[in-house]
Structures are given as C-alpha cells and as structure tokens.
Design a protein around this ligand. Structure first.
Ligand code: VGL
Ligand code: ZN
Length: 242
C-alpha cells in the first residue's frame, strides 16, 4: 500500500466513524411548522407598483406570487397590506427639489430614503397584483397615507409613534404567531417583522416568499437585524400545507 492509498483509507475511516457517532438529523417533516388558529399570514405590498412594469419594481418581485398562492390556503387568517401614498408624498424624490430617487435626506422624524413616485392612492400602480389568489383574506391595511409621514411597517408609521391599528386587530382576534411574506424584504417586510416582534408576536419571515430591493447592502443588514431581534427566518417548504 502506498502512502496516498493509506491516507485515503484513513480519511474514509474517520468519516465513517464520525457519521456513526452523530445522531441522525430529524426528517424534514419533523421541522415543519403547522399554522394554527392563532396564526396569521401578512402579505406585504404585493402591488403592481413593486412588480415588473410598476413604478418601483423589485427585482423578480413577481416570483413571490405563486409561492404565496401555494402557502396561503394553510392560513385561516390572512391580512394584506397596501402601500398607499397621496400625491406629493414625503417619500417621493419629486417632493424635494434638487434630490433624486434613492438618496437619503433628513425629515422631521429622521432619515428618509427618497423613492420614485409610487403606489399613488387609487391608481392601477397601487392595486394588488391580479394574480394573487387569497379569497379568505380578512383585512387590508393601508399605510403611508399621511402625506408627511412614510410607513414601511404595517404596525407603526415612520415617526415610530403613530400606530396603524394592526396590533390591536391581531390581539383582539387572538393572534400570537405572525408569518410575513411579500415585498420588499429589506423595507416593508423587515420593518413589519421587527415591529411584530416588538409587539410580542412570535414572528416568522418566509424568505422565498419575499424579494428585496437591496440598496447599499440593505438586504444583508435587514436579515442581520431581524435574526438578532428573534425573527425566525424560514422557507415556504417549512410550512405544513394541510
Ligand atoms: C416599500 C419602498 C417604498 C416596500 C414601500 O413596500 O418595501 N419600499 N415604499
Ligand atoms: Zn412607499
């Protein structure tokens, strides 16, 4: 036996020993999550605006729709959100002469990223994507309707004090677990998830049912912040579809 063969055999043995010493991984089914009566699916901003052809299209935004349609039947409770801005909204770059979309400026409540005009109330751009199939959805939360205050979060506006009423709704309906999907991962999904945790809900973000904008590293930063605060990062395949 030459030296190379001996080393190869040794390497093989050590792998065999390690495999036997490690308990087998639980099967995928054991890790599956079953939504219950105290669970809600929040579908964030799946609007024409954020999908190809919209005013603020998220890369591959349309890809979330079939994933969301597949998991939604597992939820007895579904809430939809809509970004719903008046004309000349504070978050529009066009409202700040000399500034361009994707710049950040200081406004009365803090830093505000500027966006192209998007999701203007009553326009087709602000309508929910027509391919969403969630007939049982029980509530639509509109946010960002105050001209002077943005709201990425479905719970609390960007001044960090004005509530949307969603926490009260969910609490009154006996909800304890919040599952979040939609657009965009690093803005409205992340802010909604962080506020959901802060409100005390067990909170899950379904990664493959979301897509991000990723402005200057915002996607990685959002995941870091979410996981640090106890938001659970899951995939649609982790949900039991009864
Ligand atoms: C959103 C930017 C501006 C979002 C809304 O839905 O993530 N992003 N308005
Ligand atoms: Zn917006």
């Amino acid at each position: 036996m030459n030296r190379r063969t001996a080393l190869t055999l040794l390497a093989g043995m050590s792998i065999a020993v390690r495999t036997r010493a490690t308990p087998p991984l639980p099967s995928r089914a054991v890790l599956r999550i079953r939504p219950d009566a105290a669970s809600v699916l929040i579908v964030v901003d799946v609007q024409n605006c954020f999908i190809a052809g919209g005013t603020l299209a998220v890369p591959h935004g349309e890809d979330v729709v079939p994933v969301i349609n597949r998991i939604a039947p597992a939820f007895a409770n579904v809430v939809l959100t809509q970004d719903w801005h008046p004309r000349a909204h504070v978050s529009f770059a066009s409202s700040h002469p000399g500034h361009k979309p994707f710049e950040t400026i200081e406004v009365v409540y803090g830093r505000q990223t500027l966006w192209p005009d998007h999701c203007v109330q009553g326009t087709n751009d602000a309508a929910l994507d027509r391919d969403l199939e969630i007939p049982q959805a029980e509530l639509i939360v509109r946010k960002g309707f105050d001209r002077a205050v943005d709201s990425y979060s479905a719970f609390r506006e960007a001044d960090r004090t004005t509530p949307t009423g969603l926490q009260g709704y969910l609490t009154e309906r006996g909800i304890r677990r919040v599952f979040i999907c939609g657009l965009a991962t690093d803005f409205c999904v992340a802010w909604t998830a962080l506020d959901s945790r802060a409100a005390g809900f067990e909170t899950y973000v379904i990664e493959d049912a979301c897509r991000g904008i990723d402005l200057k590293g915002s996607l990685a930063a959002a995941w870091q912040e979410m996981t640090q605060r106890g938001v659970r990062r899951i995939q649609s395949g982790d949900i039991e579809l009864a």
